[in-house]
Design a protein around this ligand. Structure first.
Ligand code: SIN
Ligand code: CO
Length: 400
């Protein structure tokens, strides 16, 4: 192991990965000491890593309808930044300069199963916390400027070299430049400066200023998280609660005492307001039901829809028996919640009550074969039929 950089107090900021752990430590230690707390550079997190995609594949993807792609260019002389959004025409890329630009494409895990396979290494996080893998290609000198993100990110260097500078200090300045379309930092004082090569990975919690500049033509994979703001949570939950609210649940004051001043709102009145709110918002079953629907919908760029030529449940059964498999739709998001018989499976905002074993199986499955489907209970099987009809699972070959 490299001599650890003392970093933040007792916590090394730089460690070496091992074959068993791309975090360079047991995942429980990472969660305790680094997750949402401090940055970590893991050298050789994925030793000998070879990118499953080439820059040309990324450029091709950036030309497809429905793909979220951006190009950021930097004019060094004027320190001017430009942002263009895709999809881009195919003629765009051969004409690009050989320096100082970056192409960024979101959700590449949804388009490329080899990129999606990387997510298997992040099983130490709840799956519903993971958002997407964004892939960037940068020509030498290419960068998106110094900035902060609101989400945790794991930046895996997949090809070539990128110089990362970060400010790991407490309370860094986070005011933005007002002369650029991008949210770039006005002031950036890096405390650490590293060059990452293939297989190295930098973890950043939200709010850590960072700046990555390509040393040579390079590919960087950003495994990004989802974290709804409290305002988004409250807004959606209130809508959900209001939809079922009973108008007779009201402010009540059977204990009313003579007011010392009839114009005053006293502390007892505010307690009663709190109670009136709590009567609507404190049912834990309702909270779980709402959150499962909310989080499996949140920040999902594409709606899952029934495939053309949907098989009937009987045809699905026959196809499975003949050796075909069901593949999960790349934009299908599932999670489960509850105990024992009172378990709910969520898929993109919809919910099913199921035995827990079925909910666990369906929520975790990327591929279902006849044996796995055969082990589902009748309720699980009926739910799977619904999921197939809604497009969450596609018979092998259907969705390619
Ligand atoms: C990049 O890949 O160029 C930018 C990633 C980031 O800074 O979050
Ligand atoms: Co960033």
């Amino acid at each position: 192991m490299a001599a650890p950089d003392p970093g933040d107090g007792a916590f090394a900021i730089e460690v070496d990965g091992t074959d068993q752990s791309p975090l360079g430590m047991p995942p429980a230690d990472f969660l305790r000491d680094y997750w949402q707390k401090r940055p970590l550079l893991v050298r050789n997190a994925f030793a000998g890593y070879r990118s499953p995609i080439e820059p040309g594949d990324l450029a091709g993807l950036a030309c497809e309808d429905g793909v979220l792609a951006r190009i950021v260019r930097h004019d060094r002389q004027r320190d001017a930044w430009t942002l263009e959004t895709g999809p881009f025409p195919e003629e765009k890329f051969p004409g690009m300069p050989d320096h100082d630009w970056t192409l960024l494409v979101q959700d590449v895990d949804k388009w490329d199963p080899d990129i999606a396979a990387l997510l298997e290494h992040f099983g130490f996080l709840p799956r519903w916390r993971l958002d997407d893998i964004m892939v960037s290609f940068a020509a030498p000198g290419g960068s998106v400027g110094a900035h902060v993100d609101q989400y945790d990110v794991f930046l895996l260097q997949a090809h070539g070299h990128r110089r990362w500078q970060i400010d790991a200090g407490a309370n860094p300045p986070t005011d933005f430049r007002d002369d650029v379309e991008l949210k770039l930092l006005r002031r950036f004082h890096p405390s650490h400066d590293w060059v990452l090569g293939p297989g190295d990975m930098l973890y950043l919690p939200p709010g850590v200023p960072h700046h990555g500049v390509a040393e040579d033509a390079c590919l960087t994979f950003s495994v990004g998280m989802r974290a709804p703001s409290s305002a988004e949570l409250l807004g959606d939950y209130v809508d959900h609660v209001l939809a079922a609210a009973d108008d007779s649940t009201r402010y009540q004051d059977p204990d009313l005492a003579l007011p010392d001043d009839p114009a005053r709102i006293d502390a007892a009145a505010l307690d009663r307001v709190r109670q009136a709110l709590d009567r609507l918002r404190t049912d834990p079953a309702a909270l779980g039901d709402w959150f499962g629907r909310f989080i499996t919908t949140y920040r999902n760029a594409v709606e899952v829809a029934p495939a053309p030529d949907l098989p009937t449940p009987a045809e699905t059964g026959q196809a499975l028996a003949a050796g075909l498999v069901l593949h999960r739709h790349p934009y299908s998001r599932m999670a489960w919640h509850g105990d024992g018989a009172d378990t709910q499976l969520f898929a993109n905002g919809e919910a099913w009550h199921l035995p827990q074993a079925d909910a666990r199986c369906l929520a975790n499955a990327r591929v279902l074969d006849a044996a796995t489907v055969g082990a589902l209970s009748p309720a699980g099987r009926a739910c799977l039929d619904d999921l197939v009809q809604a497009g969450h699972f596609l018979l092998s070959g259907d969705g390619d």
